[in-house]
Design a protein around this ligand. Structure first.
Ligand SMILES: [Ca+2]
Length: 304
């Protein structure tokens, strides 16, 4: 039990290290013998990593004053941390425990107590398939929760960036992040566009959602598709006629400079690229009805 958990933590440590993140203590997916499955699903990535840009300053993070991590106090386990670093800890009793969830949506469905607990979690979209589990940020509060972060911008961010581009890491707000959704195996039928709260991956003051076909990313690599109606999830902008007009077309998922959205299907001119860019939202229009009051805000793309 202890040794098995240690090995899984070691694996996650390696993944985090590959992302340039420090491991401050890691809880993995629901191990019923640990009691408190919800807490265990949570990765104890120190939220201050998001603000301080990751590995470079990661060593300064004690995690002791990490007030923004909800409900993870029980996961901080010095024994686990030492297990993760123990060079000789290669034993494994075969106690594999439940596999990671395939998405934040399935996590929330399996462990309803994760509702309201935004944060980093480990998912494995292809389940027992060959893809390696990885860390994502789950928005577990807005619109009933279950949203998986697949991209966020950063001030002065630059391409490549977009639906089919892998760059950055989810917890590092200093650089743009995009997952490369099809390569990850993640599936979804809803998209949530939100601005960022200050120094946080949580939504700030504006969020909009719409439904898409399950083959959205693959089918619209070089084409656009209507996203209407767009529904306001957060904020005062609640325009009629299908939502903020600049979000009414999506697709063009193969472009490597944005999560493309705009008021018409024209996406071939990179000089007129709108949507969530690596440096933040550009919606051309700024007001509620047309731009959803998103322009120039730092933003995130979640799927569910
Ligand atoms: Ca897998």
């Amino acid at each position: 039990m202890r040794r098995s958990r240690g090995r899984r933590i070691l694996l996650l440590s390696s993944l985090l290290a590959a992302c340039g993140l420090e491991v401050t203590g890691v809880g993995l997916v629901s191990d019923p013998q640990d009691g408190g499955a919800a807490g265990d699903a949570r990765v104890n990535g120190d939220a201050s990593l998001a603000a301080d840009g990751g590995a470079e300053e990661g060593g300064k993070d004690s995690g002791a004053s990490d007030g923004s991590q909800l409900g993870d106090a029980g996961n901080r386990d010095a024994g686990d941390a030492s297990d993760a670093n123990a060079p000789g800890d290669s034993g494994d009793s075969g106690d594999a425990g439940p596999p990671p969830p395939t998405s934040c949506k399935t996590l929330l469905a399996a462990i309803p107590s994760t509702f309201g607990k935004n944060g980093p979690y480990t998912i494995d979209p292809d389940g027992t398939g060959p893809k390696v589990p990885f860390i994502v940020y789950c928005e577990m509060s807005l619109d009933s929760g279950g949203w998986t972060l697949v991209g966020h911008s950063a001030p002065a961010g630059a391409p490549p960036f977009g639906w089919t581009t892998a760059t950055g890491s989810p917890l590092n707000l200093a650089l743009p992040y995009s997952l490369n959704v099809p390569a990850s195996g993640l599936t979804f039928t809803e998209v949530l566009l939100a601005d960022q709260a200050t120094a946080s991956l949580d939504a700030g003051t504006r969020a909009y959602k719409f439904s898409v076909a399950a083959d959205f990313v693959a089918k619209y690599l070089d084409a656009a598709v209507s996203t209407s109606p767009v529904t306001t999830v957060l904020g005062p902008c609640n325009p009629g006629g299908g939502g903020p007009v600049m979000l009414q077309n999506g697709g063009a998922t193969s472009v490597t400079d944005s999560f493309f959205f705009r008021d018409n299907a024209t996406f071939n001119d990179p000089g007129l690229r709108f949507g969530l860019l690596a440096r933040g939202f550009d919606t051309y229009f700024t007001n509620c009805n047309q731009g959803g009051d998103l322009k120039t805000r730092q933003g995130s793309v979640f799927v569910r």
